[in-house]
Design a protein around this ligand. Structure first.
Ligand SMILES: Cc1ncc(COP(=O)(O)O)c(C=O)c1O
Length: 439
């Protein structure tokens, strides 16, 4: 004992007691967190009994994680869960599991030229990439590719600008053509349209209140960002031109009802496979002149699109197509469908319990890809604060959940858009937080 006293001096004892107190405080918080977790456990039970058992037995390694796998780090309690952006980190688990299947090596001498040299419409389009785009659309059945021209862009954001340029009347005395979209619209559209104060086009606001005579461009997003609704052109007047933004028209988000065949249809690698950082999008364009003008825009703004990214995208798209045919392990759309399905069930269960929020309802319909009736499972939750809460974004922020206010989408601040594509860990912490908010 005397030895112990000499080893543990006064200073040591003080430090020890502080450490014990700190761990007690953390433990109390942690236990409170676990009580909140009991709400999750109850809803987990509901979700499990409701979930299609085929889904969970198909692949043990890629199985959808349940609440019990959530992280219980005390430091997570103070972390803000940022669901403001649609960053698709959810898909990382699948691609990690695929290992080397999508790894490419590009030797130093390859892809050096500006030119790809085989398409007379889009001179920077890599043949391998174009082949895989067609193959995937044919496998999924979500777009007609026959008779269309492919234009590649640095993400579909680039292609939205290219399409606006290509569709705008070129010569004076035209006023800038109004660009409209039905509310709630993708929050980046107004900034994309007005950033450069172009003399060719200008943001014209919500399609519902658009009353001007003459030409206009309508951005039609289906399924829609932020609310997941299926959309068609709203205005439908003879002078109107449409850009169909189908970034989310893939089987993990929505039933594939028919192949899209519009004048300008945009897709994005970011939302299809989750490779947002590769910055690749593509347009399927019916009219050759429009496709050439879009290519011109890309030529002038960036002198083409990274060949390295196109080659990487080609390999990833090929892996997805092959997985659809059961050639390469777990099907990509099977995996992503299961994750989205479970997340939506979990979120709906938590929202139903809270009595404070509501979510849009979607009707199930037949999916030609999966050959069964499925319900849409959008990439974003368009959450509404019911009751007295007028500013849902601020309300959630107080509970350490960061979303994007309905205001940015031309809608009421009672709505908030929250990403459903974040990592498993963040999604579970988000549910945990939401579960702790009771009416
Ligand atoms: C509807 C819609 N269109 C386009 C984009 C831009 O995608 P990309 O990463 O291909 O530029 C997004 C991204 O969130 C989107 O939601």
């Amino acid at each position: 004992m005397a030895n112990l006293k000499t080893i543990l001096s006064g200073k040591h004892l003080l430090a020890l007691s502080l450490a014990l107190n700190a761990s007690l405080v953390l433990r109390m918080g942690y236990d409170r967190g676990n009580k909140e977790g009991s709400c999750l456990k109850k809803t987990e039970h509901e979700v499990d009994s409701d979930t299609d058992k085929r889904v969970n037995s198909r692949s043990a390694r890629l199985a959808v994680p349940s609440y019990s796998s959530r992280t219980n780090h005390p430091q997570d309690r103070d972390r803000v869960i940022n669901l403001d952006y649609g960053d698709p980190s959810m898909y990382e688990r699948y691609w990690r599991e695929m290992g080397e299947k999508t790894t490419i090596t590009i030797p130093g001498w390859q892809s050096m030229s500006y030119f790809s040299g085989w398409s007379d419409v889009c001179w920077f389009l890599e043949a391998e990439f174009a082949t895989e785009v067609v193959r995937l659309h044919n496998a999924v059945g979500n777009a007609v590719t026959h008779g269309t021209h492919i234009v590649v862009g640095t993400g579909s954001s680039h292609l939205i600008m290219a399409a606006l340029y290509a569709l705008s009347p070129p010569h004076p005395p035209h006023q800038p053509i109004p660009v409209v979209s039905a509310t709630p619209y993708y929050s980046s559209y107004p900034a994309m349209v007005d950033l450069q104060r172009s003399g060719l086009y200008k943001w014209g606001g919500s399609a519902e209140s658009f009353e001007e005579e003459g030409p206009y461009i309508e951005l039609v997003t289906s399924p829609n960002n932020p609310d997941g609704s299926e959309r068609r052109s709203l205005i439908n007047r003879s002078h109107g031109l449409q850009i169909h933004d189908l970034a989310y028209y893939w089987p993990q988000y929505t039933p594939i009802s028919s192949p899209a065949h519009h004048h300008v249809t945009l897709f994005s690698l970011s939302k299809c496979t989750g490779h947002a950082g590769t910055r690749i999008g593509w347009a399927l364009v019916r009219d050759r002149e429009v496709a050439m003008k879009m290519s011109k825009f890309i030529e002038v703004s960036t002198i083409g699109v990274s060949k390295d990214s196109q080659l990487r995208a080609a390999r990833i798209l090929r892996a997805v197509s092959e997985s659809c045919q059961g050639q390469r392990g777990e099907s990509f759309f099977g995996f992503s469908h299961n994750v989205m399905d479970r997340r939506w069930k979990q979120l709906r269960a938590v929202v139903a319990r809270s009595g404070m929020f509501s979510l849009p309802r979607f009707s199930p319909s037949f999916c030609n890809f999966s050959r069964r009736v499925v319900e849409p499972r959008p990439a974003f939750a368009w959450l509404k604060c019911e009751g007295d809460v007028e500013d849902c974004e601020t309300f959630l922020r107080e509970h350490k959940i960061k979303g994007r206010s309905g205001r940015h989408f031309g809608a009421s601040p009672k709505y908030v858009r929250l990403s459903m594509l974040d990592s498993d860990e963040n999604f579970t912490l988000f549910l945990d937080r939401l579960c702790s908010i009771q009416s």
